[in-house]
Design a protein around this ligand. Sequence first.
Ligand SMILES: [Zn+2]
Ligand SMILES: [Zn+2]
Length: 424
Amino acid sequence: MFPVTSLAREERVSVLFDELAELTGQRNAIDGRIVDLVAEIDRDQLWAAAGARSVAGLVAWKTGVSPARAQTIAAVAHRYDELTECVAGLTRGQFSLDQVGAVAERGLPGCDSHFATLAQCATVAQLRTALKMQPRLPDPDPEPADRDDEDDDGAEAAAPASAGPVASITSTTDEHHTYWHLALPHPEAAAFEAALGSHRDALLADWTQLEPGQRPPMPTTIEAFLRLITAGWDAEAAARPHGQRTTVVVHVDLADTLGVLHGGPLLSDADRRYLTCDATCDVWFQREGQVIGAGRSTRTVGRRLRRVLEHRDRTCVVPGCGATRGLHAHHIVHWEHGGPTEVSNLVLLCPYHHRAHHRGLITITGPAEHLVVTDAAGQALTNASLARTPTTPPPQVAPCRGPTGERAQWKWYNPYEPPPPTTN
Ligand SMILES: [Zn+2]
Ligand SMILES: [Zn+2]
């Protein structure tokens, strides 16, 4: 016979576990529905219209979850049409978002069935182990030796043709981007990787210092790359103190307000205003082809002014953003239109939102103390998540008691093998 207290405890545990299972099933099913909606947002690129930097950025902002969790939701949504069995398990309430997320982030193409079977008993940690046991696929796009299909303006061969592989850097430009194609022999590539890695580590170290609630999206490799560029640039400027720090030179024709990048393409109105908004570039005014002066003094956001802005704004001022790095001082009324370079006419924006604004994707209306930011549809943006008290009943799904998580017998486990490519 059990003592009475012990029986009561067992009963309580079983009641608690029942309710946990019930809620877990419902939560999984709700996560499935969220993935549903995010997949639609991803497919139609609706996140950009809402003023977010990425699908994950939008999810973190609108649902109030951490960037890591938003990343998981976005990863599943991105492979929604491919991982049908895993997603179905989520929608049925049977799998958790983190289980399916692990598969979406790491699983090889075609692995859906395999991992949907495994997820019925495997925990997230066990799934991750199984995912690591997948074969490494050969590089899908090995660099062909001669690549002359590219429209390369400014190809530069860095190594003599006879001595091993040739390093090269080429670039092409379209309406929105400049693309660099960088080919490096392995030793230089390794140095590049290591430099990039150390800058990424530095960014991550700064990032982890922040309060979890205050963190902007996790720093990306692109940010690490830009940090590497800035560091190299600063070192160069320090070595030659009288050298010009800014090398982005814009020529603005005052009569027609046309902007031309020094030695580069004619700029669109949006790009001209974007580049000339903050004084990180050098602007030369000209009339009828004659340079009539450099406009820096009139609209330079000096160090002191910038410090005031940094103290006031702290982050990019677009709601839901929170970026703290590489911020631009944006003139709310552009200096081309007589906007003064003073505190009430300036706000800090991350490069993404700065560009989005000058392309008309978001609007920013001042003064800075009463800032209104709207999305493409004219809707005012706020920092708040969309969460509200539910008005519909929870999804009708079976309780989920979670994976059994029994000790895995890895010795008998057959890792996922992608099927051999079919050749006719
Ligand atoms: Zn601007
Ligand atoms: Zn931003």
